[in-house]
Design a protein around this ligand. Structure first.
Ligand SMILES: CC(C)(COP(=O)(O)OP(=O)(O)OC[C@H]1O[C@@H](n2cnc3c(N)ncnc32)[C@H](O)[C@@H]1OP(=O)(O)O)[C@@H](O)C(=O)NCCC(=O)NCCS
Length: 182
C-alpha cells in the first residue's frame, strides 16, 4: 500500500509510506527514531572510520533541508536504517545516503530499495545518482551489481585518504523538461 509521496521535490509528506512487502516498509523518517539511528550509524563503516559522532549524524537527519527526502527503512515494524534522496539533482535524483543496520544487511533489502527508487525516479529524469567512498569496496560492488557505473572520481572529497566515486544508473530516455533545469 502506498500513502503520500516519499520522493517529492517539496520533501516527504509527514505520513508518506510505501509497503514493499515481506515486512519491508519505507516511510517518512520519524523524529523518535533519529537518536537511535545516529548512534547505530556512528558505530558502522564508513561513518565510524570517518569519525562521525552521533550528534553530528542526528543533526544531518534533522536539520531543515527542503531538498532532502529522509526515508526510514522499517523491517518487521522496526527501524532498520534510512536513506536520504535529493529528487532534483542532475537530470535525475541523487541518493545521498543509504544505511542499513547490521541486522538488515545481506538479505536483499538494499537491492529492493534501489529497485523501488529507480521506479520512483523514472519520472524525475534519465539518471539515478549516488556516491560511494573508494574505501568501501563492498558497497561499490553492491552498486555495480545494481546497475550503477562510475561517472567521476572526486579526489579527497570527504577525507584526505579517500576519494568519492560518483555513480550513475541510467534510467532510460527522458525528454528534458523545465524540472531538469534551475
Ligand atoms: C551497502 C548496503 C546498502 C547494501 O544493502 P544490503 O541489503 O546489505 O545488500 P544486498 O543484500 O542487496 O546485497 C548484498 C551486497 O551488499 C553489500 N554489503 C552487504 N553488507 C555490507 C556492508 N556492511 N558494508 C558494505 N557493503 C555491504 C555487498 O556487496 C553484498 O554482497 P557480498 O555479500 O557478495 O559482499 C548495506 O549493506 C549497508 O547499508 N551497509 C552499511 C553502510 C554502507 O556501506 N552504506 C553505503 C554507503 S555509500
Amino acid at each position: 500500500m502506498t500513502t503520500g509521496s516519499l520522493i517529492d521535490a517539496a520533501g516527504c509528506a509527514a505520513d508518506a509510506s510505501d509497503n514493499l512487502g515481506g515486512g519491508l516498509v519505507l516511510g517518512t523518517l520519524r523524529d523518535g527514531e533519529i537518536a537511535g539511528l545516529a548512534t547505530a550509524m556512528a558505530a558502522l563503516e564508513p561513518w565510524r572510520a570517518l569519525g562521525y559522532q552521533p550528534a553530528a549524524l542526528a543533526h544531518y537527519w534533522q536539520r531543515p533541508d527542503v531538498g532532502a527526502c529522509r526515508i526510514e527503512v522499517r523491517l518487521n515494524a522496526r527501524c532498520a536504517g534510512a536513506l536520504c534522496v535529493r529528487p532534483r539533482w542532475l537530470c535525475g535524483p541523487f541518493l545521498e545516503l543509504l544505511c542499513l543496520l547490521p541486522q538488515a544487511q545481506g538479505q536483499g533489502v538494499g537491492r529492493r530499495i534501489i529497485d523501488w527508487l529507480a521506479t520512483r525516479a523514472a519520472g524525475l529524469g534519465a539518471n539515478l545518482w549516488t556516491s560511494v567512498s573508494s574505501t568501501n569496496p563492498r558497497a561499490h560492488a553492491f552498486y555495480r551489481r545494481n546497475g550503477f557505473v562510475e561517472a567521476a572520481r572526486l579526489p579527497q572529497l570527504i577525507a584526505t585518504d579517500a576519494d568519492e566515486l560518483l555513480l550513475r544508473r541510467h534510467l532510460g530516455n527522458h525528454r528534458p523538461g523545465v524540472e531538469d533545469h534551475p
